[in-house]
Design a protein around this ligand. Structure first.
Ligand code: GAR
Length: 198
């Protein structure tokens, strides 16, 4: 059984998609075992509690240096015997210690078709705003492995979503979540836990 940690910083709708999938069809050989938030009092923590998943907060504000946060995150994940780390709206850069300890075991969901609209500064609504400004007709979401380049790791799954003429960043974000992120993230987690990703 692969113990899965989900790292969050906000509302946690992708966490909810994982919880719902675990309850309906399962996550293969995986089990949601821990939720870590970098921000206190976010709704994702309530979702974890309701689902009976252990959660804890590593508040970035309590760490003077990024390397201290990194060390704390890495040891927390190791203590909980985590085999897969899922970044689901986690708005912190993963440091070297965590990257090396969990090499090829950290995945992220990003709300665009990488390599478009990704890298530093591209997160949340900023991504959809940039897509609308560019005038793309198709966008989507990507699940990829995490390495030391922001949004630069190997791509696991992608799903395209049409941009509509009257879209706002908010309506586009909602459609990309519903049609792409909440579909491909649970699928990628199940594939990983079943050993289907090489
Ligand atoms: C999601 O759209 C996720 O793809 C994005 O933040 C949102 C979190 O929503 N992540 C990034 O932009 C990372 N670069 P959620 O908390 O409701 O899952």
């Amino acid at each position: 059984m692969t113990r899965i940690a989900v790292l969050v910083s906000g509302g946690g709708t992708n966490l909810q998609a994982l919880i719902d999938t675990q309850e309906s069809e399962g996550l293969g050989d995986g089990e949601l075992s821990l939720v870590v938030s970098s921000v206190p009092d976010v709704f994702a923590l309530e979702r974890a509690e309701k689902a009976g998943i252990k959660s804890l907060v590593l508040d970035t504000k309590n760490y003077a240096k990024q390397s201290e946060f990194d060390a704390s995150l890495s040891s927390t994940l190791s203590e909980h015997d985590i085999g897969l780390v899922v970044l689901a709206g986690f708005l912190c850069v993963i440091g070297q210690k965590t990257l090396s300890t969990f090499e090829n075991r950290i995945i992220n969901v990003h709300p665009s078709l990488i390599p478009s609209f990704c890298g530093k500064g591209f997160y949340g609504l900023h991504v959809h705003k940039a897509a609308l400004e560019k005038g793309v007709k198709v966008t989507g979401a990507t699940v990829h492995f995490v390495n030391n380049e922001i949004d630069g790791g190997k791509i696991i799954l992608q799903k395209a979503v049409d941009v509509l003429a009257d879209d706002t960043p908010q309506t586009l974000q909602q459609r990309v979540m519903k049609e792409a992120e909440w579909v491909i993230l649970p699928k990628a987690v199940r594939m990983f836990c079943n050993g289907e990703i090489k």
